[in-house]
Design a protein around this ligand. Structure first.
Ligand code: FAD
Length: 509
């Protein structure tokens, strides 16, 4: 009997839009990125009837992997390299369980390119001070000491991103290593962005302690920056594809090409959603609803509409887009880096990675490699307005003329991927409208919001799936507060390990 399951584009089976039977869904999940899929994965394993509704014709959202066939073989591209890292072992277990025999451990070495020089990132102080020269280095150390004394004597509230960076690094290092890149990412001066982002994403360190430790190493607990990460051999998108395979394998449904257009409520209870499919509109009912679609969109499609201030709040929040230029190259290797951050203002892109350095399976066998080059932009600005041909050409020119990394005859071809609304923008004051939206959504008794744009929080995949996991546990009877995920002010990339560090490391790429 044909139960409506057909092989989908990811090798998973999907229910074609418009198929009967969705009325018995206990849980309706909106969006098939890692967040939504993790919720459905957990629910499917617990035997809960669940349907995932996805607007795109594929699963994986921002964390998908794009395949590109050439005469030399297949190239694979993430939308900006996605590494897996979390301090939460329950999430690591899920990742390992899903990726299973496709798991690699990859060494991380990333650098910043600035004014023709390279320094390690996260900053290794001795290397950074060496590269900037003795006079600038002395100024950087003195500057940071002064900042620490000032902050102790008269503590100043950290409001902006600039405050946060200067507080962590002092003015000299902020200007050298943080200001230009952050302004590329956000498209705004750092004094207009909220300091919230910096506390979790960068870790200040005392330059004086670093200099002193280089001479007389201190004893006690070792603090280590994360220098290796997990990665699926065939690209990060395999994480979503494999969760999708399990969900459909357990008899639940992933409905691709089904964009949620209306979320129907009766008072404070969501009763159904309407999706637009190629066959027309379809109403899908459920008992529990989990949304990973943009929070700003969700607030505007709830029916009956929320109070006007909620809709106004949703319209006031902003985000940044990403365009990746994906280049295929007849060359063995461009750089040894995991990521290379490019600070120079005359180079329009912000960062690139070389997928082969993450997994050799990302490029055809032989002397081939590729680059994924990231441009940060907003709708209508000069980067977003460039055509695919212009962006590819601009990228090639920067790599040849400004950085000297490739030659024209090594370029086999290139194409772009546009990812709108990839970064929720923490502009100063963003928290007020966000509170208004969340207060309204919070009144809905059976609607949970999860994920990155689903919660308007700068979530990595681990946080996104954590919210999915907790939402699923709540459907199963738990009482978890999703707001606590990624709310800690602690730096994400540090692990504290008892001395001696001990464990061996393996490389996969
Ligand atoms: C350039 C870049 C690099 C990154 N690097 C890393 C990294 O190294 N490590 C890491 O852990 N994370 C990284 N991330 C973050 C990671 O991509 C996200 O945390 C993760 O994809 C969020 O998952 P999600 O399910 O919340 O959202 P998404 O992946 O955005 O998925 C949401 C889904 O909802 C769908 N959708 C939207 N509207 C509708 C609608 N109306 N109806 C139905 N479906 C809809 C979308 O099509 C999408 O599939 C990076 C992100 C970017 C942009």
């Amino acid at each position: 009997m044909d139960n409506g399951h057909h092989p989908g584009p990811n090798g998973t089976s999907v229910i074609p839009a418009g198929t009967e039977g969705a009325a018995t869904n206990k849980t309706v999940v909106m969006g098939a990125g890692p967040g939504g899929l993790c919720a459905a994965y957990v629910l499917s394993k617990a035997g809960v009837p669940t349907v995932v509704l996805e607007k795109a014709p594929f699963v994986g959202g921002l964390a998908r992997t794009i395949k590109h066939q050439t005469e030399a073989g297949e190239f694979k591209f993430d939308i900006g390299g996605h590494r897996w890292f979390t301090k939460n072992e329950e999430l690591n277990d899920i990742f390992r369980e899903v990726i299973a025999d496709e798991l690699l451990m990859v060494n991380r070495t990333s650098r910043i390119y600035f004014d023709g020089k390279y320094v390690f990132y996260p900053l290794k102080i001795s290397n950074a001070l060496k590269e900037i020269g003795p006079i600038m280095a002395a100024r950087a150390v003195a500057d940071q000491q002064l900042q620490q004394v000032k902050q102790k004597a008269q503590p100043k509230e950290i409001v902006s991103l600039e405050d946060a960076f200067v507080n962590q690094y002092g003015n000299t290092l902020y200007k050298l290593f943080f200001k230009r890149y952050s302004e590329k990412v956000w498209g705004l001066p750092c004094d207009q962005m909220s300091g919230d982002w910096a506390t979790q994403r960068t870790k200040g360190m005392s330059l004086w302690t670093a200099v002193r430790d280089a001479i007389v190493p201190s004893k006690g607990k070792v603090v280590s920056l994360i220098d290796e990460f997990m990665y699926p051999r065939e690209g990060f998108g395999r994480f979503s594809e494999r969760m999708a395979d399990t969900i459909t394998g357990l008899g639940n449904q992933i409905q691709l090409g089904s964009g949620v257009e209306r979320v129907h409520r009766e008072e404070n209870k969501v009763v159904a959603v309407t999706v637009a499919t190629e066959h027309g509109s379809e109403r899908i009912e459920g008992e529990h609803f989990i949304s990973s679609i943009p929070l700003t969109l969700l607030a505007q499609i709830i029916d009956p509409a929320p109070p006007a201030e909620v809709v106004a709040a949703a319209k006031s929040l902003t985000f940044r887009n990403v365009i990746t230029v994906n280049l295929m190259l007849k060359k063995r290797q461009v750089t040894p880096d995991t990521w290379l951050y490019v600070h120079d203002r005359n180079i329009l892109f912000g960062r690139f990675h070389e997928p082969k350095n993450w997994s050799s399976a990302m490029v055809p066998e032989g002397d081939y490699t590729s680059l994924v080059v990231e441009y940060f932009c907003s709708f209508g600005d000069h980067i977003w307005s460039m055509t695919e041909e212009q962006l590819v050409e601009q990228t090639i020119k920067h790599l040849i003329d400004d950085m000297g990394l490739i030659t024209r005859d090594e370029v086999m071809g290139g194409f772009t991927i546009r990812a709108p609304r990839a970064y929720p923008s923490y502009t100063i004051g963003y928290d007020k409208p966000l509170e208004v939206i969340k207060a309204f959504i919070g009144e809905m008794t059976n609607l949970q919001t999860i994920g990155r744009y689903g919660t308007f929080r700068y979530n990595n995949t681990d946080h996104s799936i954590e919210t999915g996991l907790l939402a699923a546990k709540n459907v199963l009877g738990g009482h978890h507060d999703l707001e606590q995920v990624n709310a800690e002010k602690d730096y994400h990339e540090i692990k504290r390990i008892p001395e001696p560090a001990g464990a061996g490391r393996k490389t996969g790429a």
